[in-house]
Design a protein around this ligand. Structure first.
Ligand SMILES: Cc1cc2nc3c(=O)[nH]c(=O)nc-3n(C[C@H](O)[C@H](O)[C@H](O)COP(=O)(O)OP(=O)(O)OC[C@H]3O[C@@H](n4cnc5c(N)ncnc54)[C@H](O)[C@@H]3O)c2cc1C
Length: 283
């Protein structure tokens, strides 16, 4: 299907992108385009209005790449999922990014989709949000007047991932004392999008879980923390019984939202599996 006509802008610097973004009417940003172009087609099919202007961020080198700055991992918004998977920096707690990148859809999508698009496209089922909340990532934005904003991933998704700025990069602290695990279940064998996903991180101290974060993406609402489960885990010693016992301490409001019995079952499988991974690695 052909798209409705729009003006396509391809600035080479962040400054010119911000200038265009602040001055053009009826404008959308394009990162890898995997979501945007589909949504423009869907709007056309429904006879709805589509934007007059699209600004591509694809030629802005300052938004690309993955590197370490001291003990912080810095991932530019325009870094694609495949580049993340290939990065040599993803060890210790940062390895969770590699696990997720490996799981995301097909090679074709991973070559095009960017971390920026995954975190800001405002679809509730994308997978990087759970990882960012679990790893306490900081998200960095630049506004059209040049102003900087840094917001914790948890707060960004609590506010339904809304922004009127350009997302520039995400930073995550490397911490080799952290253990982390990830689980996702496929929605359908035909199109590989997740039914649910969850990231768990903890710090094992003297045989106990501490500082645990359980970030759950039920793919209906934006990623949420299961604080009831976190509290249970933070009172637990590392023990083979914990993965099973944990299932009695879930915040049902997260798992039951628009869930079928199959999905509720898969959440329990996922939590048990992620906790087995964590405790098994530490045993
Ligand atoms: C068939 C298919 C299967 C998929 N499977 C999975 C999967 O298994 N797991 C998963 O996690 N995801 C999956 N995805 C989603 C894919 O990861 C997203 O399409 C992708 O993350 C969006 O990234 P993009 O770079 O293409 O964004 P685009 O489509 O270019 O952008 C989407 C929107 O994000 C916003 N945006 C993008 N970049 C910025 C920025 N720097 N600053 C501010 N706003 C910005 C804009 O509003 C933009 O319109 C799948 C997608 C498809 C099409």
């Amino acid at each position: 299907m052909l798209l409705k006509q729009f003006n396509f802008h391809a600035p080479k610097t962040l400054e010119s992108a911000l200038e265009l973004y602040g001055s053009l009417p009826d404008v959308r940003l394009q990162a890898g385009g995997t979501f945007l172009l589909n949504s423009l087609k869907m709007l056309k099919r429904r006879g709805a209005k589509t934007p007059q202007n699209v600004i591509s961020l694809a030629h802005i080198d300052a938004l690309k790449g993955i590197r370490m700055k001291g003990d912080q991992l810095v991932v530019g918004a325009m870094t694609n999922i495949d580049e993340i998977y290939d990065s040599p920096f993803l060890t210790g707690n940062l390895n969770l990014l590699k696990v997720v990148a490996h799981n995301i859809s097909s090679q074709l999508i991973r070559n095009m989709a960017t971390i920026g698009g995954n975190l800001t496209c405002r679809y509730t089922w994308t997978e990087m949000p759970a990882v960012m909340v679990a790893l306490e990532a900081q998200m960095h934005f630049k506004g059209t007047k040049g102003e900087d904003e840094v917001i914790g991933a948890e707060d960004f998704f609590k506010n339904a991932a809304k922004t009127d700025k350009i997302f520039t990069h995400v930073t995550i602290l490397r911490d080799n004392g952290i253990s982390a695990a990830y689980f996702r279940a496929k929605k359908s064998p035909y199109v590989d999008i997740p039914l649910l996903s969850l990231g768990i991180k903890t710090r094992f101290v003297q045989g106990k879980f501490t500082e645990t974060i359980v970030a759950v993406n039920n793919c209906v609402a934006f990623v949420q923390r299961d604080r009831i489960l976190e509290e249970f885990l933070n009172k637990s010693r590392i023990d083979q019984s914990v993965p099973e016992a944990a299932l009695e301490h879930l915040d049902a409001t997260i798992y039951d939202a628009r869930s079928t019995d199959y999905k509720k079952h898969m959440f329990r499988i996922g939590i048990r599996q992620a906790l087995r991974d964590l405790t098994g690695k530490h045993a």
